[in-house]
Write a protein that binds this ligand. Sequence first.
Ligand SMILES: [Zn+2]
Length: 129
Amino acid sequence: MPIVRKKRKSRRKPTPPEIRVGCPFCWEWVPAPETHFHVFSADGCEGGRCSCGAFFVVDRTGKSGGQARLDAQALACQGDLDRALALRPGDDFDVKTRKLTPETGSRRPVATGHSYLEPQAWFLKLKGS
Ligand SMILES: [Zn+2]
């Protein structure tokens, strides 16, 4: 029987250059993020929902940290901020982060004066969803 090797590299790269991140829950590429305003950040956040049901928020600066996670909670509650605040990590949802490293390798460090921050995406999946 011939050995069939799967090619892991795809030649085509139809995605936009900036955001390309795989969901840490199901390992699928997530859809392009959209701006959502019913969140904790006054300016809104960039995020969306993976086909597996996980919600994600993109933190382009790497600075938002917990704020990005809160925004992801708000997304998971369809903008119900009171309900979002009542969610408890570990009990009500699982949260994971993924670094947003462009495939091109053209990393652009964010100049902050003290530390190197990487853009990342926060993924949140409600338990039982
Ligand atoms: Zn997923």
